[in-house]
Design a binder for this molecule. Sequence first.
Ligand SMILES: [Zn+2]
Length: 274
Amino acid sequence: MPELPDLEVLRERLAPRLVGQIIAGVRVRRPLIVRNLLGGEMDDRLSNQVFAEVARRGKFLLLRLNGGLTLVVNPMLAGRLRYGPPLPRDRARDALILSLGNGQELRYHDAKDMGKVYLTKDLEQVPTYAGLGPEADDPAVTLDIFAERLRRHPGEIKTALLSQRFLAGIGNAYADEILWRTGLYPFRRVNSLSAAEVAALFTAMREALAEAISILRERVGEETDVEVRDFMSVHGKAGQPCPRCGSPISEVTRERRATHFCRTCQPGLLVGRG
Ligand SMILES: [Zn+2]
């Protein structure tokens, strides 16, 4: 799932390629995924619009058009945006294809059909957008603000990190990385954390996101639809040795979400919700 670092680097890659380009052709292949919140035909709304800005908010990518409309991409688990020369043939899960004035195309593909692309004039119409908290890497979010917001999410620490109302941009992969860096058991409850642990969590969050962005800037090439995750310490590494202590990395699956962590570096007891 693309998260803050992935989408930030995608934004950097796409902005110079898209801004100023005119949309010459529109094909909606999967209308359940591509939602026109304005009514009318998507084709009519998008044709001859020019990309004005590529922005990001949390786990949404915002493709702003010069007429005041925005294409809001929410990739969820598996949505990918590909910019490049037109493909010789469509793939089964290609949902939206925009042909650009420069002969290239922008293609949204979603192997899981879980993401969405919205066309809107008003971002507040996009589901879950209005409730987003501040960006997880926003310099205006100080330790005090972080701690104060965290207190409003009294459940397990990992659940709090995943809440987009707490802070926007962190998903399953970076939550695992942040907790491993901090040495915190993912299922501990927020109200059991000391002030020092909250401070360590805040620092680890900032470092994990900043380091990932710089790694991805190096690693993501011209192909914008490939997810780079191999540099991670624990996420996706179940059974492999912990880079810090060598113990095998554990996996716990709850509510269809896998959590990867080190039982030695992140000690704790799995207790029931209550
Ligand atoms: Zn370890």
